[in-house]
Design a protein around this ligand. Structure first.
Ligand SMILES: [Mn+2]
Length: 336
């Protein structure tokens, strides 16, 4: 499939690169890397996402490369090819996706998330590789397949993908690929420490105060094997946090040694929550996320939920408790 996609890229004159709503370091790194690579092939290429880029990623673009569709709702010019990274679910790309469908001759997803059991199928030419630790890894292979030489811009973007999705090589899926790829990229990226800082060491004093308050409110279940935390929208506002910044909190929870799974409920509005689930060892949370209408990876998944907090929490915690009792059996859980 990689070879077919490379052939389609070679044949295309114009290409649009996109990723899911609430973009992250993996999707953005993949896009920006391929943007620079395709420029070298003389393609007309643009990076267009549904919404604005979270501010921590400003270092990926010295001039503005990444554009946001929302707010402009511009009419796209007819385009040969669109590649969408780090998701295979078009609903996470709407309303931009509808415009891509109108204007692009072909749309291809390049992704490492499992296709949802009950959800839309990716387009036919798509490349889904759930063994890849990041989408950047797949784009790295694609760039090699196209025979495009790496440079600092490409390397920095791909390195961002790798270290973001592996959380600085903590989640490498028992494969050497991320490290081997990083070693090659560091021939061109001389300041990996700067990338690490931009991605992870970007806390303001207000954010630290926010985290301190939030961590004091963790609820534990099953003898400390499960943790649940709610982030209130007023607290996010008071501490001047982007929605994007809440993801650091759930990753922090997984540093608690006793934990097998964590659930973070971020309040996005009245009775609107973004649920983030994390787990480790034999405990998988993807099925639980799917049961409540979401998706993701086996050990890192999420969903957008609608309803009063206590009800949502009960629904998720009851499934987590069933899974903790029977690890690896989460797929047999039924949602209430
Ligand atoms: Mn990813």
């Amino acid at each position: 499939m990689l070879k077919q996609i490379a052939a389609k890229i070679r044949a295309a004159e114009s290409v649009v690169l996109s990723t899911h709503r609430h973009s992250d370091g993996d999707g953005l790194g993949a896009q920006v890397a391929l943007f620079h690579a395709l420029k070298k092939l003389g393609k007309s290429v643009r990076v267009l996402n549904v919404d604005e880029t979270p501010k921590r990623y400003s270092f990926l673009q010295s001039t503005r490369i990444i554009q946001a569709f929302e707010g402009t709702h511009e009419k796209l010019k007819p385009t040969d090819l669109s590649l969408i990274f780090d998701t295979n679910d078009y609903r996470l790309v709407e309303p931009l996706y509808s415009e891509l469908r109108r204007q692009c001759r072909e749309i291809i997803f390049v992704d490492h998330h499992p296709v949802l059991k009950e959800g839309p199928l990716p387009t036919s030419g798509s490349l889904i590789d759930t063994s890849a630790a990041s989408t950047g890894e797949m784009v790295y292979q694609l760039i090699n397949e196209l025979g495009i030489a790496l440079d600092r811009d490409i390397a920095r973007a791909l390195y961002t993908s790798v270290v973001f999705d592996t959380q600085l090589f903590r989640y490498v899926r028992n494969s050497a690929t991320s490290h081997l790829m990083a070693a090659e990229l560091l021939r061109f990226e001389s300041r990996p420490d700067e990338v690490h800082r931009r991605l992870f060491a970007n806390y303001t004093h207000k954010k630290v105060a926010f985290i301190a308050k939030a961590l004091g409110q963790i609820e534990y279940f099953a003898e400390g094997r499960i943790a649940v935390l709610r982030l209130r929208s007023q607290d996010l506002l008071d501490h001047e946090l982007d929605l994007d910044e809440s993801r650091d909190v759930v990753d922090m929870l997984m540093n608690i040694e006793s934990l097998e799974a964590a659930a973070l409920f971020r309040e996005d509005g009245h009775n609107l929550y973004k649920l983030s689930l994390r787990s480790k060892n034999e405990f998988e949370v993807l099925a639980i996320a799917e049961n409540v209408g979401g998706g993701g990876h086996p050990f890192s998944a999420g969903a957008y939920l609608n309803g009063p907090y206590e009800e949502l929490k009960e629904r998720v915690v009851s499934q987590l408790l069933r899974s903790v009792a029977r690890p690896g059996d989460a797929s047999k859980n039924e949602s209430a």
